[in-house]
Structures are given as structure tokens and as C-alpha cells.
Design a binder for this molecule. Structure first.
Ligand code: WTA
Length: 646
């Protein structure tokens, strides 16, 4: 029996949403979504108010998703201009550097001026509505400025995580046809330098990237970089002298806002496309409700802007709400493992949102590094990115929150734009490990393998049966892939790719991916991507990659590699292959285990039986299940005997 953490009476008394309000509004939101989202949509400033709210069909033959379709607005104006009168001097961004001696506060007025200058700069470089811009920056305020400047002129940004390799960056630039890249000389994480500009130079030598006309370089560490005129320009030099005012461009609600690449079961990462109006309505409203936002809160989301969490809940949601958002350049364990809590005290953080993997890593260091800091400012904690094990949840609650702070375990995806299943701290009793209940307007269901909707307490595949405004609209450049990936498996429903259980109280427990996506430290990776990196090595004949349980990372990467005949399986080669994948994709894809496989278990038709490989990686050879369809059963015996982690 899972433990129950009831809503605290103190918290509920002051919360935006209590039990009665949740139940009433949820019922209304699913009974009459048009009336509900019509009302919520008014929280934004519209240049031209919408008259249509929802126009959606999940039928694969006529798939379309449109929200507020005749409305016009500008996203940056909603995040900045409309706050100037009442909140001009309020801090918009608190920047905390990798180096604890460095931090900066940027007011809404200052941020507005910077974004206007950057918007003018981009426009002067010939970037306009619909043009794609790649942002490959460290966690510095310029990242938010660049995103908002794109939104201000209607350009579509694609932020690429600074930890991705030149190849990964090149693939994204080529797929989206970017005209401009914004980068920095170097990034800084845990005292180590990341050669961003060098990576960009390398990426732009790859085929398919010649759409790029300009590279803007932010001077951050001051490290020497080789500028290639006329392509490369210094950001600060061009920002100087730009007017600090700019008339925000009116955008249609359904105009694209950004493309963010994420891993799927098959093929290359896909460009998840989000549009403007519905997305901003959804992220601002969820941010306000889920974090119980108040005017004087200091909100800190530790995610990088390169991930969807950084888009929705570090930049857009908080700024649309006029909140103070903390942007942290560093890592939790540098200069020491107390860093998170030092930052909490330093900036008096009230709302703290992080990933289970970080909690598990810090938990391993014991309580002392946490207790060294006061943390008295904290009033609510959140998690995102992967299932949180109840043990880590309890530690977060008891040690970090001193038993005072409710925890919101928020389930969502790059595709969903914002949080879909989550506790509301004043309304929903928390069960450690459960994302609990659907947010307003969200209709989850659990289906069996045939798509039959299961009632009551049950387990199966998680689908969402109706649209919400923050939903992705297409896969950039491949609408068919969008339909096939999300709407074909279970006709008429959005398929999440996750498994879930629903308990007798109607609580949802996400059990993890049911496809070939793995979740490593909260980062999504397709096993196919790692496999194709491995087989690109000249000595590799074949590779199969699966996830396996990992204490800190949630899932680790387990690779089975078959070498070309005659290639000796040496330790040196094992190391070389691990380093190879790291270089091809980026450090997050580094295999944790690499086992030589003289053969891979295949069906007679040649399909790799991953189910068996997963069980071997999990070290559960007694649970291999039916192996009667294997072409050569001796292959499995060999792999079990040679398994790495005994
Ligand atoms: C997983 C991150 C359990 C899930 C916002 C999902 C979670 C994938 C949770 C999306 C959670 C995210 N509990 N699992 N609270 N949050 N996931 O696109 O498998 O990077 O499908 O978006 O992370 O990862 P993505």
C-alpha cells in the first residue's frame, strides 16, 4: 500500500485551487472544453481577439488540431510588454552562473529592451516571419533573449541542447533549414568548458547545412574563437546601437513558434512543432496552477533551455505570468553537492522544479549537504522527466522540503507542450510515485493492446482522447509521420508511448515507455539512434541497444555489438566504441554497458527480439519468456553466460 500525503490544510487555505475548485473546474473543462478554454484564453493579450476556440479532429483521415485559430497575438509582447506598467522593475530573470561568484538580476524593463534590440538585430540580418533560427547556447540570459526575439519577429526557433555533438546539431539545422545560428564562444558547466563555436564550425561543414547565412556569437567565457567573416558576427557588436524599442509582429495563433527535436522509436529525432496561441495559453495557465504561483514567488526550474521543460517552464510559462524565474548555468554537484541548496538560499527560491535523476544523485550524498543550507524559503517542490521512485520522493519531501512542502510530480512530454497529469498541491492528496490526476481539460484513458478502453483500476497503454491547447501540431516537414506516430496505433486517440496504471482512487502511475525510447537521466533517446551511431563505426557489423534499470539515471544504455568478422573484441575497442557514440551524438548517449554479441537473438524472419535483450540486460535470464520463435536459440545462452553486470 503506497503511503498517502494528504493536502496540507495550511497550504490549501491559501492555494489558488482547492479540492472543490479542482473538481468543479475539471468537470466543466471536460464537459464543455470550448467554454472552458474560451475563458482561459482571455488571460493573454490578443491583438485580434479570437472568435473560434477549438477545431480538432483526431481521425487519422482528417487529422487537424487548431486552437484560437482566428486570433492574433505576439508571444514576446505577452511575456514582456504587458508587464511593463505594473512589473517593469520586477526581476524577470535571476541568472546564477556556473561560478558561484557570478549572478545577475534582469528586470522586465531590461529584458524587454534586450529583446527589442535583438529583434531589430535579427530583422536587420534579413530574418523574418517563418524563417528558422538555431539556438545553440549555454544557460545564459541571451538564450531567453534569443528565443523571445525570434517570437517577437515571428521567426521559428529550434533550440539545440549545448551537450549535443556537431553531428546532432548539423542534423537539426539541415532538417529545419535554418538561416541563422546563435551560439557562444564556449559554455561552462561544472568548471569545464564546452567548445560551442568549434562545434558549430564543424556542424556547418556537414552536408545539408548551407542554408545558414549567419552565425551570431555571444562572447561568454572570453575564450579565443576563430571567426569566419562574413558568416560569423559578434552578438555584442551588432546589439550595440540597436533601438531598444520594436513593434511586435502580429502572429496568427496557429503560426509556428518553435521546433524542438526529440527522439522516437524509429529513425532520426523528429521536429516537434508547436504553435503560438494555444501553446502560450496552456503553458502559462498550467504554470500558474501547478506551481500555485503568487506575485512574490521566486521560481526555479533546473532544466536546460535545450529541452521542452526549459521552453515551457523556465522561459515562456513563467514570463507570460510575470514571474521571477531563475536560470542556472551550472550543475548540482559543483563546486560541491550543496550547490542547489546554496542557490535556493542565495536567491530565496520558493518554488523548485527538478528531475528525479538529480534527486537520486544527491540522495546518494546523504543529508548533510542539504542540511547545510536553510531552505526555509521553499514552499513547493516539483519533479519532471521520468518516473520518481517512492524512496526518492520521500527523501525529497522529508530532507529537502523538511516535510513542509508538497511535491508535484508532473507528467508530460515534448509533444504535449505542457503538463497533463499532475497533483495540484492544494487540491489533490499526493501518493509518492504517482503523477496523480489529469489537469483541467485533459482526458486520459488506458487502453489494452487492441485499443479497447479499460475502466476502473487497471493497467495498459496511456492515451489522451481529446485535444488540449498546448498539443504539438505536426512533425516539421513530415505530417504523415505525425499522424502515423501518434494517431494510428489507437484510432481517434493520441498515443503517448507510455504505459500507465490507474489505481482504485483514479490515480495515474506512469510505468515508463512501451516503445523503443529510453529515458536516461530524464533525457529521451531512441535506441535506434544509438544503434545507428554504433554501426557507423567501421568495425561494427550489427548493434542492438536497450534500456536497463540504473540506480541514478533511471535507465542506463545497454549495447550489444557484433563485430565484423576477424575484428578482435578487445577492451581497447570497447572503450573506443563508447567514445565513438559519445562523439557522434553527445555525452548523454554514452553507453553504460557494451557487451560483445557474436550473434543477436532474431526471429526466423530476421527481426531482433529486443524483449529478450532487455531481460538479459536486466539480469533476469529466468524471465526470457517464449523463445521458441528464435532462429538460433544458442545465441541467447551465449549472451546470458557472457553478461556484463553479474
Ligand atoms: C517520461 C519531458 C513518469 C515519460 C517533459 C514521457 C515521466 C517522457 C514524467 C517525455 C513523470 C516525463 N513521471 N514519466 N512525471 N515526466 N516522463 O519529451 O516517459 O523529454 O513520455 O518531456 O518522459 O520526455 P520528454
Amino acid at each position: 500500500m503506497a503511503s498517502l500525503h494528504p493536502v496540507s490544510a495550511d497550504f490549501a487555505a491559501r492555494a489558488r485551487i482547492d479540492k472543490a475548485a479542482y473538481e468543479r473546474d475539471y468537470a466543466e473543462s471536460v464537459r464543455d472544453p470550448v467554454a472552458f478554454w474560451d475563458r482561459i484564453g482571455r488571460r493573454l493579450d490578443w491583438i485580434r481577439p479570437y472568435t473560434q476556440v477549438k477545431d480538432v479532429s483526431f481521425d487519422a483521415r482528417d487529422l487537424h488540431i487548431r486552437w484560437y485559430a482566428d486570433g492574433e497575438l505576439n508571444l514576446a509582447a505577452n511575456c514582456l510588454d504587458r508587464h511593463l506598467a505594473a512589473r517593469g522593475d520586477k526581476t524577470a530573470i535571476i541568472w546564477e552562473g556556473d561560478d558561484p561568484a557570478q549572478s545577475r538580476r534582469i528586470s522586465y524593463r531590461e529584458l524587454h529592451a534586450e529583446v527589442c534590440k535583438a529583434a531589430n538585430l535579427l530583422a536587420n540580418l534579413g530574418v523574418g516571419k517563418g524563417d528558422r533560427v538555431a539556438i545553440y547556447l549555454p544557460m545564459i540570459p541571451e538564450a531567453a533573449v534569443a528565443m523571445l526575439a525570434c517570437a517577437r519577429i515571428g521567426a521559428v526557433h529550434t533550440v539545440v541542447f549545448g551537450g549535443f555533438s556537431p553531428d546532432s546539431l548539423a542534423g537539426r539545422i539541415a532538417d529545419s533549414g535554418c538561416k541563422l545560428v546563435i551560439t557562444a564562444d564556449e559554455g561552462l558547466r561544472g568548471g569545464k568548458k564546452v567548445p560551442l563555436k568549434v562545434n558549430v564550425d564543424e556542424a556547418l561543414q556537414r552536408p545539408g547545412t548551407n542554408s545558414v547565412e549567419t552565425v551570431l556569437v555571444v562572447r561568454h567565457t572570453g575564450g579565443a574563437v576563430a571567426m569566419q567573416p562574413p558568416r560569423d558576427r559578434w552578438w555584442h557588436a551588432l546589439m550595440e546601437g540597436q533601438p531598444a524599442t520594436h513593434a511586435a509582429v502580429a502572429m496568427n495563433a496557429e503560426d509556428p513558434l518553435f521546433i524542438l527535436y526529440t527522439s522516437g522509436s524509429t529513425g532520426k529525432p523528429k521536429g516537434v512543432l508547436h504553435t503560438t496561441g494555444g501553446y502560450l495559453v496552456y503553458v502559462s495557465y498550467t504554470h500558474e496552477c501547478v506551481f500555485d504561483l503568487r506575485e512574490d514567488d521566486v521560481y526555479w526550474c533546473t532544466a536546460d533551455v535545450g529541452w521542452v521543460t526549459g521552453h515551457s517552464y523556465l522561459v515562456y510559462g513563467p514570463l507570460a505570468n510575470g514571474a521571477t524565474t531563475v536560470m542556472f548555468e551550472g550543475v548540482p554537484n559543483w563546486p560541491d553537492t550543496s550547490r542547489f541548496w546554496q542557490v535556493v538560499d542565495k536567491h530565496q527560491v520558493t518554488l523548485f522544479y527538478t528531475a528525479p535523476t538529480a534527486i537520486r544523485a544527491l540522495m546518494r550524498e546523504g543529508e548533510a549537504p542539504v542540511k547545510k543550507a536553510s531552505r526555509a524559503s521553499l514552499r513547493l517542490l516539483g519533479t519532471v522527466g521520468e518516473p520518481i521512485n517512492p524512496e526518492a520522493w520521500e527523501w525529497y519531501w522529508r530532507v529537502v522540503g523538511d516535510g513542509r512542502c508538497p511535491i508535484v510530480d508532473t507528467w508530460w512530454q515534448t509533444e504535449t507542450g505542457g503538463i497533463l497529469i499532475t497533483p495540484l498541491a492544494g487540491a489533490i492528496d499526493q501518493k509518492p510515485g504517482s503523477a496523480t490526476k489529469p489537469f483541467f481539460g485533459v482526458k486520459p484513458a488506458i487502453v489494452d493492446a487492441n485499443g479497447a478502453v479499460l475502466d476502473g483500476a487497471t493497467e495498459g497503454n496511456l492515451v489522451i482522447t481529446d485535444s488540449w491547447p498546448g498539443q504539438m501540431r505536426t512533425v516539421y516537414g513530415d505530417h504523415q509521420r505525425f499522424i502515423d506516430t501518434y494517431f494510428r496505433t489507437y484510432p481517434g486517440m493520441y498515443f503517448t508511448g507510455d504505459g500507465a496504471r490507474r489505481d482504485e482512487d483514479g490515480y495515474y502511475w506512469i510505468t515508463g515507455r512501451v516503445d523503443d525510447v529510453i529515458n536516461v537521466s530524464g533525457h529521451r533517446l531512441g535506441t535506434a539512434e544509438v544503434e545507428s551511431a554504433l554501426v557507423a563505426h567501421p568495425k561494427v557489423a550489427e548493434a542492438a541497444v536497450v534500456g536497463y534499470p540504473h540506480d541514478i539515471k533511471g535507465q542506463g544504455i545497454y549495447a550489444y555489438v557484433t563485430l565484423k568478422s576477424g575484428e578482435p573484441a578487445t577492451d581497447a575497442l570497447r572503450k573506443e566504441l563508447v567514445a565513438w557514440v559519445r562523439k557522434e551524438i553527445g555525452p548523454i548517449a554514452t553507453p553504460d554497458q557494451l557487451q560483445w554479441a557474436p550473434g543477436l537473438p532474431k526471429t526466423r524472419s530476421g527481426k531482433i527480439m529486443r524483449r529478450i535483450l532487455r531481460k538479459i540486460a536486466e539480469n533476469a535470464p529466468d524471465q526470457l519468456g517464449d523463445t521458441s520463435t528464435l532462429a538460433d536459440p544458442s545465441v541467447v545462452k551465449n549472451l546470458v553466460d557472457e553478461r556484463l553486470v553479474k
